[in-house]
Design a protein around this ligand. Structure first.
Ligand SMILES: [Zn+2]
Ligand SMILES: [Zn+2]
Length: 199
């Protein structure tokens, strides 16, 4: 009888532990699915909320057929910055967040032109990295073309105001080719996100 009681007690403990384990696995999967881990977390203290995240962006740049490497270990750690990896922008910080409207309280820190400004690179309303539409590459009139995840950024809105998202691949190409030609090439050989190193 005493033996039986002990057996039942052990069985109950085992069942409880299995249940707990299942719950933890379920919670972890839900947490991953919800995207919280990827897209940042909102924390509030005394009505003041912050959105924080550690996110990355890949910015391949080609000028007149040459790869342009962004400077490494450049930019404030509290803003867009680079570490040791090639043309990967890191951002890990927190920004004031309006939890009711579910949006940033101030202007978004994620518009594209800020990247170049934060890294101390030349950018104006007309030019980028000292090249503007109409300048020449090897004697041919050339233009800037911007592809966001393989799709040409066109239309009325300026690419400078595009708000980037985690793991976007934003390619800048300055050459004499038509945008359609480059876009077709990118469809043939899509760029994959590079491995992100430390930081
Ligand atoms: Zn960093
Ligand atoms: Zn990082």
């Amino acid at each position: 009888m005493i033996q039986n009681k002990k057996l039942i007690k052990n069985l109950l403990i085992t069942l409880f532990l299995l249940g707990l384990l299942a719950f933890l696995i379920y919670s972890f999967i839900e947490y991953q699915k919800s995207g919280i881990a990827k897209d940042g977390v909102v924390t509030c203290v005394n009505e003041q909320c912050f959105w924080s995240a550690h996110i990355h962006l890949n910015v391949p740049i080609q000028i007149c057929g040459e790869e342009y490497a962004l400077p490494k270990f450049k930019g404030s750690l509290a803003d867009h910055h680079t570490h040791g990896d090639e043309n990967v922008i890191h951002w890990h910080d927190k920004v004031a967040f309006d939890a009711e409207k579910k949006q940033f309280s101030g202007p978004t820190p994620f518009v594209l032109d800020l990247i170049f400004k934060n890294l101390g690179l030349p950018i104006t309303d007309e030019s980028l990295l000292n090249k503007k539409d109409g300048d020449a590459c090897h004697g041919f009139i050339s233009t800037w073309k911007v592809f966001i995840n393989g799709v040409l950024h066109s239309g009325h809105s300026d690419w400078r105001n595009y708000e980037w998202k985690d793991r976007d691949i934003i390619m800048f190409i300055f050459d004499e080719r038509e945008a359609e030609e480059v876009e077709a090439e990118l469809r043939q050989k899509p760029i994959t996100f590079p491995n992100v190193g430390e930081g």
